[in-house]
Design a protein around this ligand. Structure first.
Ligand SMILES: [Zn+2]
Length: 394
């Protein structure tokens, strides 16, 4: 399997080189040659897209026995992965795909497996045969294994299974109590009910341990046994941090789902654009991962989940809807000059998120304030549904 990973990496890098060369060759000046070097890819050479590369791979497998030793579909998936990377770059603005260094290619995807590859204590992989496994949980009834991804991690090898079933699950309907959440940098998140979830402390401890190990690595001779040992320790710690973060995300997501019917959060696509400089911080905080997990947990628990436009959530008063102007990051309290409402800054944002979400699903939000004090008229009809919405006190 190690050799398969290495062959996959070679195919990936070759295919990437091919595409890069083609692209660079189109950038040559048409009326002048550079002094040093010039691309000799002719003008009518077609772009090496996925299908062309797949055809070439079939040819290459005849010439190179080490490529032929790898399952053909696994290598085709490598090309597909590169193709996806290019498409994400064009459509989603991801970075340019990079060459993978030795050991950086870590997973093999088997897109098709035999009907029943798990036999309780081993998994049957195409061309590899039976591999002994530690089955963490049984395959549920009426589910069929469709794909297997073999991943190499610091702590060992894992097989991730994609299961399929013909059961259709109805989408959750927007009913019941609603909450809005606001992801923050200081706090992990704030809920519109006033609850604040702090960033867990053990992350700081793990991070400092990581720093310490990385300093240790610097003193070692590159390539020595001790260097490799330290490297392995770092890899293991990275995996541990990843696992703990994921567990914390799952726990938080389940806690949020308790007793509610709808959850609204900020749409991450908007965040990345809107906060510019802070985008890197957001990624560090693992917001994207959390929202993905929250989405999944909501689906599992039958809770309606939707994202809303987060622009200016911190600039609106949740009590009266008045635009309060931009708050600096160090202002922690929301104090409305118009209605005198005071609450935590992040909780205020979460309340605005909730109100926007409710508006989006067609429920009429009635702000809990007298009409006379508002500049804009408030819709008075409450649809008679008492679903945890603020009621009109006028
Ligand atoms: Zn106000």
């Amino acid at each position: 399997m190690l050799d398969w990973l290495e062959q996959s990496r070679r195919v990936y890098n070759y295919a990437l080189r091919e595409r890069k060369d083609w692209m660079n060759s189109r950038k040559c000046q048409v009326n002048a040659c550079s002094i040093r070097s010039e691309y000799i890819i002719t003008g009518d050479t077609p772009y090496p897209n996925y299908y062309a590369q797949k055809r070439n791979l079939t040819q290459a497998r005849k010439r190179f026995p080490e490529l032929d030793a790898v399952h053909s579909q696994v290598l085709q998936e490598v090309l597909l992965r590169l193709d996806k990377a290019f498409r994400s770059m064009q459509k989603l603005g991801f970075g340019f795909p990079r060459f993978k260094k030795y050991g950086q290619y870590r997973s093999l995807l088997f897109p098709q497996v035999s009907a029943n590859p798990i036999t309780g204590w081993q998994i049957k992989l195409p061309k590899i045969g039976g591999v002994r496994i530690n089955l963490h949980r049984p395959i549920p009834d009426r589910f069929v294994v469709k794909q297997v991804r073999v991943v190499r991690k610091a702590s060992g090898w894992y097989a991730l299974l994609v299961l399929e079933s013909d059961v259709s699950i109805p989408d959750a309907m927007p009913v019941g109590n609603a909450i809005g959440i606001d992801l923050g940098l200081e706090k992990f998140l704030a809920v519109s009910t006033g609850k604040l979830v702090a960033r867990p402390k053990f992350f700081v401890e793990l991070q400092s341990k990581l720093k310490w190990l990385q300093r240790q690595l610097k003193d070692k001779v590159k390539g020595s046994n001790n260097y490799r040992k330290a490297q392995r320790q770092i890899a293991k710690l990275h995996e541990h941090i990843h696992n703990t973060r994921k567990e914390f995300h799952f726990l938080t997501a389940h806690q949020l789902c308790d007793g509610v019917g709808m959850i609204f959060a900020e749409d991450l696509n908007f965040i990345a654009l809107g906060r510019g400089m802070l985008a890197k911080h957001c990624l560090d905080a693992g917001w994207g991962g959390f929202l993905e997990i929250l989405n999944w947990v909501c689906k599992k628990r039958g809770v309606y989940f939707a994202g809303v436009n987060p622009n200016g959530t911190s600039q609106t008063c949740p009590n009266c809807g008045v635009h309060t102007g931009k708050k600096e990051l160090d202002v922690r309290v929301h104090h409305c000059e118009s209605c005198g409402y005071i609450t935590d800054r992040d909780v205020a944002s979460a309340m605005v998120v909730e109100q926007r979400g409710l508006t989006a699903v067609g429920q009429i939000v009635v702000l809990p304030v007298e009409e006379s004090r508002l500049g804009t008229p408030v819709k008075q009809e409450n649809l008679g549904s008492d679903q945890g919405m603020p009621t009109l006190s006028a």
